[in-house]
Design a protein around this ligand. Structure first.
Ligand SMILES: NC(=O)C1=CN([C@@H]2O[C@H](COP(=O)(O)OP(=O)(O)OC[C@H]3O[C@@H](n4cnc5c(N)ncnc54)[C@H](OP(=O)(O)O)[C@@H]3O)[C@@H](O)[C@H]2O)C=CC1
Ligand SMILES: O=C(O)[C@@H]1CCC=N1
Length: 271
């Protein structure tokens, strides 16, 4: 991944935990020069210590891009460090759930280009999906620069308005956790049917991964893929009659799950 602006002016990563390191790992693997990266993180991981990036050093004067990847609750401590970069031509890219563009504009000045992004952890293996939306100062060049970076770790979609990002957070930002829980539930059910724990987990993991890959690679409507598994009056039909119950099935449960996550994103945004 070659971005001449970043190679020349540098990239700053504020917070290198699960999300920041997933993205940095993807970028370094795709050719981002480590010498162009400055990372700020109070407790660097062993992995981060081994990278040839600038770690907890002074910030460059006007980096091409600052990626903010600290928890929303840490923002008040972390952001003042960056205030001096506002208006310096630096693009700010924030992945923090529920931290509004206005929060950054208040700190950095409304002349600063700010893009809010919502990625997810499959970025660590290049299979993430990230939604982005920029403020009024964001140009097409900024959006393309963000897309270039983020497409190195998966798909990128543009949103029409900032308000949509809370729903995205509840669906694809938090979504990997729902799917991992589905693996846990399938494995637990397999054990309850008498299978050994190792075999139960192996079946559950491969089933979720295989079904996801089939849906992605064929692009076929998931309802059709579901019907392809379901023989009339067979085993799947018996299972789906429970899972697709109108009142107590998966659909109303997932509806409430996503609503709770999106509401929490909105709540974080209110501070
Ligand atoms: N995890 C996920 O699936 C996703 C997370 N996000 C967003 O990404 C952001 C980070 O989440 P996640 O990676 O999970 O959280 P982590 O806690 O794993 O990472 C945050 C990192 O920031 C560090 N940190 C704390 N204070 C500062 C500071 N003042 N300056 C620099 N670094 C600091 C933390 O160090 P320490 O641990 O020592 O406190 C930690 O390493 C959040 O805002 C979240 O909303 C978005 C999409 C998906
Ligand atoms: O749980 C969270 O708040 C973050 C945002 C999306 C995924 N993890």
């Amino acid at each position: 991944m070659q971005d001449t602006e970043i190679a020349r002016r540098g990239l700053v990563l504020l917070g290198c935990g699960k999300m920041g390191s997933a993205m940095l790992e993807g970028w370094l693997a795709r050719g981002l020069p480590p010498a162009s990266v400055t990372v700020r993180d109070p407790k660097p991981s062993d992995w981060l210590e081994r990278q040839d990036v600038h770690l907890n050093t002074d910030l460059p004067d006007a980096p091409a891009l600052v990626l903010v990847a600290v928890k929303p609750q840490m923002m008040a401590d972390a952001l003042p460090d960056l205030a001096a970069l506002g208006g310096s031509g630096t693009l700010f890219l924030s992945v923090a759930a529920g931290v509004s563009i206005a929060t950054y504009e208040d700190l950095l000045g409304d002349g600063t280009p700010v893009i809010r992004a919502m990625p997810n952890t499959p970025a660590a293996i290049g299979r993430g999906i990230t939604a982005i939306v920029g403020n009024a100062r964001t140009t097409e060049t900024h959006l393309q620069q963000a897309e270039l970076l983020l497409s190195a770790v998966g798909e990128v979609v543009r949103l029409e308005e900032e308000a949509q990002i809370d729903a995205v957070t509840g669906v694809s930002g938090s979504g990997p956790a729902y799917v991992f829980h589905m693996i846990e539930c399938l494995a637990a059910a397999a054990e309850a049917e008498g299978l050994a724990p190792d075999l139960a987990l192996r079946l559950a993991r491969a089933t979720v991964a295989g079904a996801g890959a089939l849906a992605m690679e064929t692009g076929t409507d998931p309802a059709e893929l579901r019907r392809n598994v379901t023989s009339p009056n067979g085993t799947t039909q018996a299972g789906l009659e429970v899972l697709m119950d109108d009142a107590a099935g998966l659909k109303p449960l997932v509806r409430r799950t996503v609503a709770a996550a999106a509401d929490r994103a909105r709540e974080l945004g209110r501070g």
